[in-house]
Design a protein around this ligand. Structure first.
Ligand SMILES: [Ca+2]
Ligand SMILES: [Ca+2]
Length: 160
């Protein structure tokens, strides 16, 4: 099973490389399978990191892996992540720049979806600026807290 996914991953990688640079044969494309160790939901691949990390480190570690910190954009996506990855995890959502103004981003694209738990965000103790998703919704917590990390990246594209 793993080797089959590896082969598919390699094929899609080769196709991706071959198709860069405006090759005319590569007009159409579809999303392929995720690389090994990544779980797929729709057009996105997800991976849970082994360690719990503070929020800023979580963001950095995802970037190092060629991905971004997860930012669920629907109830269905949140449910998939909770059932398959972890019940609680950091999301790419903070009010670090302007207190009370939450910036939630899929990479660098702003995301409108919100799923705050009742009574949150409450900026507890005056220093809760990073958001974590849990079973009953999101909560703002201290950015230095250690939480599980899920990284996301688009599924590789297959070109034809
Ligand atoms: Ca805050
Ligand atoms: Ca809170």
């Amino acid at each position: 099973m793993l080797s089959k996914r590896l082969i598919i991953g390699l094929i899609s990688l080769c196709l991706m490389i071959r198709c860069t640079g405006g090759n005319e044969r590569c007009g159409a494309s579809i999303r392929g399978a995720c690389p090994p160790a990544w779980s797929q939901w729709g057009d996105t691949c997800y991976q849970k990191l082994k360690e719990k990390l503070p929020w800023a480190e979580a963001k950095q570690d995802c970037i190092k892996m060629g991905s971004v910190l997860v930012m669920p954009q629907s109830q269905e996506e949140s449910k998939f992540l909770q059932n398959n990855m972890h019940s609680r995890f950091w999301i790419n959502c903070s009010d670090l720049h302007v207190e009370g103004t939450w910036v939630c981003q899929d990479g660098t694209t702003d995301v409108e979806y919100r799923n705050w738990r009742e009574g949150e965000p409450n900026n507890g103790g005056g220093r809760e600026d990073c958001a974590a998703a849990g079973k009953s919704g999101w909560n703002d917590v201290q950015c230095e807290d250690l939480s599980p990390v899920i990284c996301q990246r688009p599924a590789p594209q297959l070109h034809f």
